[in-house]
Design a protein around this ligand. Structure first.
Ligand SMILES: Cc1cc2nc3c(=O)[nH]c(=O)nc-3n(C[C@H](O)[C@H](O)[C@H](O)COP(=O)(O)O)c2cc1C
Length: 157
């Protein structure tokens, strides 16, 4: 049986909400990835070129630190994040680079104002050449049935 870990990053609760629905379907814990230095609302202001989130997203090598978290054994990592400037937040890069994902599978999901998931997934694939990064899904308004169908179509659940 496939062992699953479900980890998500969420600053304003939208991705957390989806992560909890997925966790319930799979009966696994939803593990929150948190920044070592919490983001303030000023840090998240995308209208301010010099806000923390904008500076991080503008710098492909930014690697914000995260609080240590405990994940059990897994073959498939289900990874959730908000889309920031078309891609995943740099803290996701920090996190995936800290893992040994060689030979493992990552199933991404995202929430966004409107952006589609593909660019973020393409960036993850570049970062993880030895990992099977499956197509991602934007889950803002996904019903439980839709989430189940998505998981099933990826041979999970
Ligand atoms: C710094 C920043 C950049 C963002 N960039 C985008 C974007 O490029 N496209 C988009 O559709 N939404 C963008 N958003 C909106 C978020 O993706 C959206 O609100 C998301 O659901 C937030 O998830 P959370 O509540 O889990 O943090 C951005 C938000 C922030 C804070």
């Amino acid at each position: 049986m496939t062992e699953i870990a479900l980890v998500y990053f969420s600053e304003t609760g939208t991705t957390a909400n989806a992560a909890k629905k997925i966790a319930k379907i799979l009966n696994v814990p939803a593990i929150r990835l948190e920044a070592q230095v919490p983001y303030t609302s000023a840090d998240l202001n995308w209208n301010d070129d010099s806000s923390r989130a904008n500076e991080e997203q503008g710098n492909p090598s930014a690697r914000p630190e995260f609080k240590p978290l405990k994940i059990d054994n897994y073959d498939t990592l289900i990874l959730g994040y908000p889309t920031w400037w078309g891609v995943s937040p740099r803290i996701i890069d920090s996190f995936v680079e800290s893992l040994n994902l060689m030979g493992k599978t990552v199933l991404p999901f995202t929430t966004s104002g409107s952006s589609a998931p593909e660019r973020g997934v393409a960036e993850l694939r570049k970062l993880l050449p030895d990992t099977l990064v499956l197509d991602g899904k934007r889950v803002n308004n996904s019903s439980e049935a839709e989430l189940k169908q998505w998981l099933r179509s990826n041979n999970i659940a």
